[in-house]
Design a protein around this ligand. Structure first.
Ligand SMILES: *[C@@H]1O[C@H](CO)[C@@H](O)[C@H](O)[C@H]1NC(C)=O
Ligand SMILES: *[C@@H]1O[C@H](CO)[C@@H](O)[C@H](O)[C@H]1NC(C)=O
Length: 339
């Protein structure tokens, strides 16, 4: 099944390349009815495989909108570009973003330069944090799986999205159009309800993924979340604060060598255009629009020094001491589409 899907996607990618270059082609016709979902196109930047905001599909707009949770517009035969809701639908950037976002010279990020990142400090109380983590640790015994390259790092992950691992360990709440919120533990359900009652215009919830680490030696490489997760991503940070780094794909492409050199980026970050977002413990950061589709997000590897492990925030003048334990809980919502 997976191999057949890969074949179909390869055929579609060839088709798309031919279409994009205006050449005629004689590829075998793919069997569109066999296609389980939209064909995603990727850009490869060194070791990073980044989905483009363009999909290939024989299905028409309403079906694609449902598959992806976001509006699309046709840009070629069977090719569609995602059209997320306007940033102006969301609350304006304010003092909170000034407080938590920094460029690599240590400057705050003006609303004009903000690609679509918002921070909501103190989203849950200490009591709620305890309740959520107790519930998640209980569930992890059944549904979590270790995802660290190094076993000793003891990190684990829980998701309802089928990532091709053992399906018996998939979280019961599922994913995408089949997301079942009634399967969420109560603490997380309350967070979802609070997000829905907030000023963000949101469609249905499509993904909840939990990543827990228990090590200071940790990094998350620059990536773009899978397109079908949905256009509105929220990440809650529990047990410790974190610095999350956003990089424009265009700059990664331009500085590809540097962006793939971990010795270099641990110190200097991935590109000169990066934005560091300080996410306090118990806060949520939200990213959408360009920040969701045209920028990657990442956590740089830590640089241990004599008396601890530190993370740069904008500059090395502002550093955060990295704690051993952190939980990042991702909530992704569709746009509020009127279908
Ligand atoms: C979807 O995008 C198209 C093209 O930009 C636009 O005309 C249409 O109004 C949008 N639909 C929704 C539901 O936002
Ligand atoms: C949702 O569930 C239906 C029925 O089990 C299945 O056919 C479909 O592929 C699922 N869709 C997604 C997006 O997982």
């Amino acid at each position: 099944m997976a191999r057949r899907r890969a074949k179909v996607l390869a055929a579609l990618a060839a088709l798309f390349a031919a279409w994009a270059s205006g050449r005629s082609f004689a590829a075998p016709a793919p069997d569109f009815q066999e296609m389980p979902g939209p064909g995603i196109l990727y850009e490869v930047v060194g070791e990073y495989k980044l989905p483009k905001p363009v999909v290939l599909s024989p299905h028409k707009v309403p079906r694609l909108q449902a598959d992806l949770g976001v509006n699309v517009t046709e840009v070629g035969e069977d090719a569609y570009m995602v059209m997320p809701q306007q940033g102006s639908n969301l609350r304006p950037f304010g003092e909170v973003e000034e407080m938590y976002l920094r460029d690599l010279r240590g400057n705050t990020i003006s609303p004009e330069k903000n690609p679509g990142i918002r921070v909501e400090p103190n989203f849950v109380s200490e009591e709620e944090e305890t309740e959520i983590m107790d519930e998640l640790q209980e569930l992890a015994a059944r549904y979590g799986y270790n995802f660290a390259a190094d076993e000793a790092a003891s990190s684990w992950r829980m998701t309802g999205r089928d990532e091709g691992t053992n399906s018996a360990t998939l979280a019961p709440w599922g994913w995408g159009q089949n997301f079942s919120r009634s399967e969420l533990p109560e603490g997380l359900l309350r967070v979802v309800a609070k997000l829905e009652a907030s000023s963000y215009p949101l469609g249905p919830l499509r993904d909840v993924t939990v990543n827990i680490r228990s090590s200071e030696d940790y990094q998350m490489v620059p990536h773009i979340d899978p397109l079908p997760d949905g256009p509105n991503s929220f990440v809650m940070s529990l047990w410790s604060s974190a610095v999350v780094t956003f990089s424009p794909v265009a700059s990664l492409r331009r500085e590809v060598e540097r962006a793939n050199d971990d010795g270099f980026y641990a110190q200097h970050s991935y590109t000169d255009d990066d934005i560091d977002c300080l996410v306090p413990r118990r806060a949520i950061y939200q990213f959408s629009g360009n920040a969701r589709y045209l920028w990657t997000h990442a956590v740089r590897p830590s640089l241990p020094s004599g008396d601890g492990t530190f993370e740069r925030w904008g500059t090395w003048d502002k550093v955060l001491r990295r704690q051993k334990d952190r939980a990042a809980i991702i909530f992704a919502f569709a746009d509020p589409l009127e279908l």
